[in-house]
Ligand binder design. Structure first.
Ligand code: HEM
Length: 508
């Protein structure tokens, strides 16, 4: 019997977080004294085919049969998977379970932790949380016309060709242009820069292994695949295009201007300031200049921001549009809502401000329901930085720990008896917007490291959906789509032929 097992009944009770965490700390103190008898979680062998083709059933069955903490080997790595009851501990315990270590491991970016005192994630977080989100009103005003322009082009294109549209390319392109505008300013938006941003977002997605599950070679020889992939991307897109083409502009903006350091600046919320100038203020020295090292670092931060913001939002926007097309009965209420919130302008055009997007409650609820039920399995993760007690077990240091999202997102204890049922408007009266995370709903993560860009992400998804619905009716061939990578729902868009049937009279 485990020497820790006499604590087990206590840990199984539904303690408040503060009590349970202190118990876990107590257990940690005991660890050195009972190191010889600690129990590691059972290692469960799940065939690779099941992991990649039906992960939800495979992992849920394994957790049901072997307990709520199990070890599973995937792509040559031993990972620990948690059932619903332990998920909240994972998010609460920032000391033992590191977000930065975990994400760096999963994205194949461990070297980033060794640079600049390991401040990479904190800097990106600050950029988004302080440089973008406080300016969300101004940002929305600047980028809404971009979404409207591309939606009009897409619907016209679909009509002229009489064919289905590439909705992922549309979402990716619109978001990339928006981000280029927000990060560098309107004057830098041109076809060449846009194609670099788009290719970079795509390549980094590739580099981090997002499409790895889809390739037999990558799944079977992960190390060889990583080396080949990295070499191609670093010497191709990254150096040749990003650093040599966009790099000089970033250099000029940061090195040829002087900035009032953020600590002294009075205009904290200048809504028209490109993010690059916010970076200038963030890294400005006392004399207002930005050092060479900080300029190069800023170029890297821009790169990671492009990846974090473009790819995933585009993928989830596809999920939302495909679900709307697959469930057309929800569309009239969302179109009515659009008519109620849209702001007619003096020049005859229509605008959607951040405030009006916030009032799109039916669409917001629909987005939340899509994100809850689209089938997330192993999405967010942490890595143990020391041996970490979890229930009856101790998870050894240096391993990824991943909550099984479906067990929380579809839990009847959290969401009621009809938890599995898709009810697109269930959140309208509940007052739980799509950005509000909890142990019951964490597609944007939870607690300290919850996605800092989720307010912008949801606003962009709303702009993408509403601009299309104002012009056309989305129809999926056969009324269905297929899930391409069931293990990577959030990062790989579903497949299906989407047609946009133009409305007789555009709504806006
Ligand atoms: C639908 C789109 C998006 C989804 C589903 C998403 C999801 C996530 C998730 C799950 C995490 C990790 C949270 C955790 O482990 O607790 C994360 C982190 C992060 N996200 Fe997002 N995200 C989205 C869009 C965005 C956008 C638009 C931005 C930037 C404007 C952004 C910036 C970041 C950053 C910088 C982090 C790192 C964590 C931090 O710095 O605190 N994300 N996101």
């Amino acid at each position: 019997m485990s020497s820790l097992s006499h604590f087990t009944p206590l840990l199984r009770k539904p303690f408040s977080i503060s009590i349970s965490v202190s118990r876990r700390e107590f257990l940690l103190l005991l660890l050195p004294f009972c190191a010889l008898t600690v129990h590691h979680p059972p290692i469960v062998d799940i065939p690779a085919d099941d992991i990649f083709n039906k992960p939800l059933e495979a992992y849920e069955t394994a957790l049901r049969n072997h307990g709520p903490v199990i070890g599973v080997r995937r792509k040559g790595r031993l990972e620990y998977i948690l059932g619903r009851e332990y998920t909240k501990y994972l998010f609460a315990d920032d000391k033992n379970l590191s977000f930065e270590e975990g994400v760096a491991t999963v994205l194949n970016l461990r070297f980033i932790l060794a640079i600049r005192g390991g401040k990479f994630f904190k800097d990106v977080d600050r950029l988004v949380a302080s440089g973008m989100i406080p300016r969300i009103e101004g940002i929305t005003n600047r980028i809404f016309p971009i979404f409207m322009k591309h939606a009009t082009g897409l619907v016209n294109d679909g009509r002229q060709r009489g064919e289905h549209v590439d909705f992922f390319a549309h979402a990716h392109h619109s978001i990339a242009e928006s981000m280029l505008t927000v990060v560098m300013g309107e004057q830098y938006v041109n076809d060449q820069h846009l194609s670099i941003i788009e290719d970079m977002a795509h390549d980094i997605a590739n580099m981090t292994g997002i499409y790895q599950n889809l390739s037999y070679f990558a799944r079977t020889f992960p190390w060889l695949w990583r080396i080949a992939n990295w070499t191609r991307i670093i010497f191709g897109t990254l150096l040749y295009r990003y650093f040599f083409v966009l790099g000089p502009h970033i250099w000029r903006e940061l090195r040829h201007n002087t900035f009032v350091p953020l600590s002294r600046s009075e205009k904290e919320h200048d809504s028209d300031e490109p993010l690059l100038h916010f970076m200038g203020r963030m890294f400005a020295r006392e004399d207002g200049t930005v050092s060479v090292a900080d300029t190069l670092w800023s170029a890297c931060l821009v790169l990671s921001l492009i990846f974090a913001s473009v790819h995933q939002t585009a993928v989830v926007a596809v999920w939302v549009m495909y679900e709307l097309a697959a469930r057309p009965s929800y569309i009239p209420a969302i179109q009515d809502e659009l008519m109620a919130i849209v702001e007619p302008q003096a020049d005859g055009t229509h605008h959607l401000s951040y405030e009006s997007l916030r009032n799109a409650r039916y669409l917001d609820s629909f987005i939340r329901e899509v994100m809850r039920l689209k089938g997330d399995t192993l999405g967010v993760c942490r890595q143990t930085v020391q041996d970490t007690p979890m229930g009856d077990y101790v998870i050894p240091k240096g391993h990824l720990v991943i909550p099984m999202a479906s067990l929380s997102h579809r839990s009847t204890e959290y969401h009621g008896e009809d938890a599995e049922l898709f009810d697109g408007f269930r959140w309208v009266e509940e007052n739980q917007p799509a950005v509000m995370v909890s142990p019951a709903y964490f597609p944007f993560g939870l607690n300290r490291w919850a996605c800092p860009g989720r307010v912008l992400a949801v606003a962009e998804m709303k702009m993408i959906a509403l601009t299309i619905l104002s012009l056309a009716h989305p129809i999926l061939e056969g009324g269905k789509y297929t899930v391409v990578d069931p293990l990577n729902i959030t990062s790989v868009q579903p497949a299906g032929k989407l047609f946009l049937s133009p409305l007789a009279q555009p709504l806006i």
